[in-house]
Design a protein around this ligand. Structure first.
Ligand code: PHE
Length: 443
């Protein structure tokens, strides 16, 4: 265990964790979910959940990993014994489920960089772009080829290990990502007509809020914060025991919220300025935005930048979805990293095949009325991550309990009253809120 690799620097860890958090969830999902759920009202609820227990859960996961210095399965076994490693297994399984659809969407972004560069998406009509998009995703081969390329990129980074692979990639890519985001936000906000979109984005419309809004918000927080499946736990396990966790978790959470907020600022006003609807669903990014770009001077360039941004965000996140299962097999079965990454990547790609085909040849094949892609998305976001988060909160709050508090606060990292509040959030607030939302929405 003394040979466990560690992050090279605090900055490196923060960039890696922020790279995990900031992903398709922020740039592709957040704007359209916000658009569908009443704009500003959704923002308020989202932020409430983040402060209510999202940050505490992120900190809890990092703490479990840092204390155990192990993968999710090993960490729960070491600190909890008995049945708790199952929570780790659930996380590893969730990783496969998420990657199976994540790399499909990530593959689309790669293809869109090229299509933008070649001016193929130069149309102002969402109907035209809609059929271009649908034609592309329905193709049995092309999207899969892009998903394969993306998976190879992910495998390449993860094979490099912690400091020379994951950390190095994030140290470069994350600053570039924020820079691109700022360029695009500036462009969006200086469009004539952007004000109306700003008003929609920032003024809460409470009439759109119901139980479903809370469900959407809670799933979005879990997905976006990368919590509930052991990603933050695994990244925490590469930290030395001296690291100031509360401050790191706060920084990562803040960067993630900032990226989501800026993505909304980039997408929603632009969509309004050109008279489209912000509630256009998953197609917002791939259908409506190219129409916006086509109407802009230099639009193809901005479009290319946008899809590059999306691809970078997806890459640094996908890396973090793969790492927990890689670290599990390395820790517990002692196989070389290279071999584990290669094997896991092949499995992920095979799982992505039905997800990709569900937009084309297999679009009629449904389980519980959902295509394979939708089913995986639903299972992971609305079920597996919240349940994983719930169990982690219960574990840290009640099973680990007081020692967790000591692990956190005896290094004077969090003042006593805050540390106690944190523990009670894990004991009561998070479990009650998650259970309530799951029960009211799934029954
Ligand atoms: N947070 C990532 C995103 O927003 C997705 C993710 C989920 C990463 C779970 C790791 C674990 O795209």
């Amino acid at each position: 265990m003394s040979t466990r690799e560690h992050w090279g620097s605090r900055f490196g860890f923060i960039m890696a964790a922020a790279g995990s958090a900031v992903g398709l969830g922020n740039i592709w999902r957040f704007p359209y979910i916000t658009g569908e759920n009443g704009g500003g009202a959704f923002l308020v609820i989202y932020l409430g959940i983040v402060i209510g227990f999202g940050l505490s859960l992120m900190m809890a996961e990092m703490l479990v990993g840092r204390s155990a210095q192990r993968n999710p399965v090993g960490a729960f076994r070491q600190l909890g014994g008995k049945g708790w490693p199952l929570v780790g297994f659930l996380g590893v399984l969730t990783g496969f489920v998420i990657l199976s659809f994540y790399i499909v969407v990530a593959g689309w972004t790669l293809s869109y960089i090229g299509q933008m560069a070649r001016g193929l998406l130069h149309s102002r009509y969402p109907a035209v772009l809609g059929s271009a998009f649908e034609g592309f995703v329905a193709d049995p081969w092309r999207p899969l080829a892009y998903a394969a390329v993306f998976m190879v990129l992910v495998a390449w980074v993860v094979t490099g290990g912690i400091s020379r692979g994951i950390e190095r990639a994030n140290r470069w890519l994350m600053p570039i990502l924020f820079l691109l985001l700022l360029v695009l936000v500036t462009r969006a906000l200086t469009l004539p007509g952007a004000a109306q979109g700003m008003a929609f984005y920032l003024t809460p419309d409470w009439s759109k809020v119901d139980g479903g809004t809370f469900f959407a918000a809670i799933s979005q927080v879990f997905f976006s914060f990368s919590i509930g499946m052991g990603t933050m736990l695994t990244y925490g396990s590469y930290l030395s025991l001296r690291e100031n966790l509360p401050r790191s978790a706060l920084t990562v959470g803040a960067l993630d919220c900032l990226a989501a907020f800026l993505s909304g600022l980039m997408v929603i006003p632009a969509v309004f300025a050109f008279g489209f609807s912000p509630s256009a669903g998953p197609g917002l990014t791939f259908i409506t935005l190219p129409a916006v770009f086509a109407a802009l001077p230099g639009g193809d360039l901005f479009g290319m930048l946008f899809f590059t941004l999306l691809a970078i965000a997806a890459l640094t996140s996908a890396v973090s979805i793969l790492e927990p299962l890689v670290s599990y097999v390395i820790d517990e079965h002692g196989l070389p990293r290279r071999v584990v990454v290669a094997g896991a990547s092949v499995v992920c790609f095979l799982l992505a095949v039905p997800a990709s085909l569900s937009f084309g040849p297999w679009s009629e094949v449904t389980v519980f009325g959902k295509t394979w892609f939708d089913l995986m998305d639903f299972l992971a976001n609305n079920l597996m991550l919240p349940v994983g988060g719930l169990l982690t909160a219960l574990f840290v709050g009640w099973v680990w309990g007081r020692p967790a508090l000591t692990a956190l606060s005896n290094e004077h990292q969090l003042h006593q009253p805050w540390a106690v509040a944190w523990l009670w959030i894990l004991r009561v607030v998070a479990p009650v809120a998650i259970t309530w939302i799951l029960i009211t929405n799934l029954s």
